[in-house]
Every structure is written in C-alpha cells, then in structure tokens.
Design a protein around this ligand. Structure first.
Ligand code: ADP
Ligand code: ASP
Ligand code: MG
Length: 420
C-alpha cells in the first residue's frame, strides 16, 4: 500500500462526464489498496470566467477579493468529485485550503505555500477515505483566502505530496506527458519518457505551462517523484500500465542520462520590454531603476545595460505582461524623475523563446545554431540571456510560432533518435 497524490487539471475536470471518469480512475487506485489524495483544479474555463466577471467591475481589482472569488472554482469541483466518488461507493471527503489548512504568505493572486498541516488529511486516510483537497488555494496567517497564481493546482498537489511523504505525485492532464515543445504549436513534438529535474525546472520557468514552476521547485526540494500523464485514457486501464505511462521527472545523476543537446523548446507570450533611454551611467544606476520596481513586488527577468556614450546609457529589461502597466507607472512616476532618464520606450508585443538541454553544458555552438536558425527565418533578436543549460531570446511575438517550429526542426527534435 502506498500513499499517492493525484492532480487533475481543468480539462480533466471539465464536465460531469469527465469528473465521473476521474472518480472511476481514483476508485481504481483506492480499490487496489492505495491511500489516495486528489487535488483537482476548477472545471476548465471557470477561473477565467470568474476573473472576467471581476474585471467587468474593476479592471485592477483588490487582490484579496480576487482570491476570495477565484478560489470558489476549486471548491465546487472538489465537492463534485467527492460526490462522484461517493456515488461509486467510495468513501470520500473534500476539503478547502483553509480547512486543511494550507498556509501561505499574503501575496494575493500569487501566494506561496509556507506549510501544510497533514493531521486532518492523515486522519481521513486512516479512516479509509479518499481525501479531495482543493488545488490553487490556501489561507494566510490572518485567515484570508489566497490563491497560488495561474496553474497553481500543480503546486498544491506536489506540496501536499511533500507534506505527506507520498510515494509519487501523478499530474493528470490533457496531454499524455511532457513533450519536446507544446504539441499544440508543433504537431511533430514528441513525448519524453523522462526529463531531468533541472530541465523541467527551466522548461517550466521559461513558459511551458504543463507544470507550474513552483511545483517543480517543490518536487526538487523534497525529492518527490512527479509523473505527468493523461487523464483522457480509459480510466480502468491496468494500474501497472498507467504507472509506466507519461513522463517521469527524474533526479538521476544528469551525467548518466543520455542527454540530447537540446531536449526541449519553451516559449512565453507573457513578456513585455521596457527601455530607459539616456540614463546617467554611474554606480548604483541599476539599483535606482530596479529597486523601486522590486519594492512593488514586480519580477524582472532579462536585463541589458548598453555601453555608455558620453556618460549616459540605455537600460532595458523585461517584466511579466500582467505587471507591465504597474511597472510603467512606477518608472514614469518614481524612477524617471529620480534618475533623470531622457525617455522611456516600451513594447508588450514581444515573446521569449528558449532552448533547454543539459547537453548544452558539454557542447559548443548550440547558441550559434539557434541564432543562425532565427536569422535564416528573418527574425530579429532583441535580447538574449543564457545559463548553463538554456539560451533564451526575446523576439517580436508575431514570429513566435515560426521561431519555435524552426528551432524544433533545427535541433532535430522531431526525429525519434533525439528522444531522451
Ligand atoms: P491542466 O489544466 O491539466 O493543468 P494545462 O493547460 O495547465 O493543463 O497544461 C497542459 C498544457 O500544457 C497542454 O495542453 C499543452 O498545450 C501545454 N504545454 C506547453 N508546453 C508543453 C510541453 N512541453 N509538453 C506538454 N504540454 C505542453
Ligand atoms: N484553476 C486555476 C487556474 O486556472 C489553477 C489551476 O488550474 O491549476 O489557473
Ligand atoms: Mg495547469
């Protein structure tokens, strides 16, 4: 008998028929003698619907109320799943984040989990029940409901698995694993049977929404085996077949893996670029620009400072598109008067495309193949950033799909021999 955590995403919970199928699958695991905790997302479209209603009332709504609202999606789907399990004769109970409780900080709409109390869940499991725990939500120290950012149910599931010391966290979704790139953009993309933790971390942080980045961080910190697999197969397929399907995130020594030079391509449309022209080039300038941005809890990603000409320079950086207006606000009202920049120019029609692979550590010329491929397609690179196992470029977002397809081909990812 093992303790297993299942997570089902929005599409997997998207209709009553799908919820019934989830219940059938969970019942199969329960009847095989496993203790099962299930973490569902809201039914597909529900979080967007709720946040859309809020936007109709106030475009920059108060975070506390947005979380109060958005968290209802998961409460509803969790109760529906518990009912579906009960109707199959399985004892089941659902719990919200605040009932468990899943404690978070107070950063509304992007809260971080700080701790999870496992007592109540364990007592229910010991009583033979399946426990359904809402994804995406928690509660802060003052008792306010919080949510974990879009895609946050992945993080809920892995954090619950860590708190319970689960044997495996199974992330059931609408694709049958992690692919070389989003199969919706490149139909030739291939499923990877394993991916290294480090590569998954990069892919998620660079925009592959198949897993929320923090879920991968939790998996690494607590060494939780995570498998991404399909919820759309026959729910009654044999357990051993199901346990071998999908993509396993592995912590194997990376050296031992037969590393393709590039394992995957990630992309993100959530980017915006801001440039301050003509700022005085003196010590402390980066801090005077980015300090006020950080104080407002706005994350900065790529940063470029140009060579100075006659004592002034240009300073560019990117932020998440959701935070673009807030960033411009602070730059125009606080930073520009303080540092004396000549002008601020900005563009939110940019995207970031990245190649990822641990094989890049031991190969030269990988980035240059990326640059050549993009140049052959006539795509201009606006910014570049690199780390040991990834190279990212910022480009005009109208070329995103073209860039991803061209790179997928150039790095041989649509050929089977490049499989991990
Ligand atoms: P869920 O609702 O189950 O959480 P998401 O929509 O959040 O599902 O994530 C699954 C989606 O992630 C897939 O449908 C796919 O379009 C997208 N995706 C992006 N990059 C990848 C990738 N490298 N491999 C698999 N899916 C990917
Ligand atoms: N329902 C939330 C969202 O749509 C959380 C999730 O699905 O993981 O972002
Ligand atoms: Mg998701």
């Amino acid at each position: 008998m093992s303790l297993i955590v299942h997570k089902y995403g929005g599409t997997s919970m998207g209709s009553i028929e799908r919820i019934k199928n989830v219940a059938r699958r969970v019942a199969k695991w329960h009847e095989a003698g496993h203790q099962v905790v299930v973490v569902p997302s809201a039914m597909s479209g529900e979080t967007n619907r709720l946040l859309g209603l809020a936007r109709e009332i106030s475009p920059n709504g108060d975070g506390r109320e947005l979380d109060m609202l958005a968290a209802t999606g998961e409460q509803a789907s969790s109760a529906l799943l518990a009912l579906a399990l009960q109707s199959l004769g399985v004892q089941a109970r659902s719990y919200t984040g605040w009932q468990v409780p899943v404690r978070t900080d107070s950063s509304y709409t992007k809260a971080r989990i700080t701790s999870i109390d496992d007592q109540r869940i364990r007592a229910e499991l010991d009583a033979g029940r399946v426990v359904v725990v809402t994804g995406f939500q928690g509660v802060d120290d003052d008792g306010h409901i919080t949510t974990l950012g879009r895609g946050g149910s992945d993080t809920s599931a892995v954090a619950v698995a860590a708190a319970l010391g689960a044997r495996e966290c199974l992330i059931y979704t609408d694709v049958d694993g992690v692919y070389t790139t989003d199969p919706r953009v490149v139909p030739e993309a291939r499923r990877l049977s394993v991916i290294s933790f480090e590569e998954m971390l990069e892919m998620a942080s660079l925009g592959s929404k198949v897993l929320q980045i923090r879920s991968v961080e939790f998996a690494g910190k607590y060494r939780i085996p995570v498998r991404v697999l399909s919820s759309l197969t026959d729910p009654l397929i044999p357990l051993d077949e199901e346990m071998r399907s999908g993509t396993l995130i592995t912590f194997e020594d990376d050296e031992k893996m037969e590393a393709a030079v590039v394992s995957g391509i990630a992309f993100s449309r959530d980017e915006a670029k801001i440039t301050l022209l003509g700022v005085p080039d003196k010590p402390g300038i980066a801090y005077s620009i980015l300090g006020p941005v950080a104080e407002r809890n706005i994350d900065v990603d790529m940063i470029v400072q140009n060579q100075s000409v006659q004592g002034t320079t240009d300073f560019s950086f990117t932020v998440h598109r959701n935070e673009y207006n807030r960033a411009l606000d602070v730059l125009n009202n606080v930073v520009k008067p303080a540092v004396g920049a000549r002008e601020i120019v900005s563009d939110d029609k940019v995207c970031k495309v990245s190649i990822v692979g641990i094989g890049m550590r031991s190969h030269v010329g990988v980035a240059s193949l990326m640059f050549r491929t993009l140049s052959e397609e006539g795509i201009n690179i606006q910014m570049i950033s690199t780390s040991e196992i990834k190279t990212s470029v910022l480009i005009d977002d109208k070329y995103m799909e073209l860039a991803v397809r061209a790179l997928h081909k150039a790095f041989g990812l649509d050929q089977t021999q490049a499989a991990a």
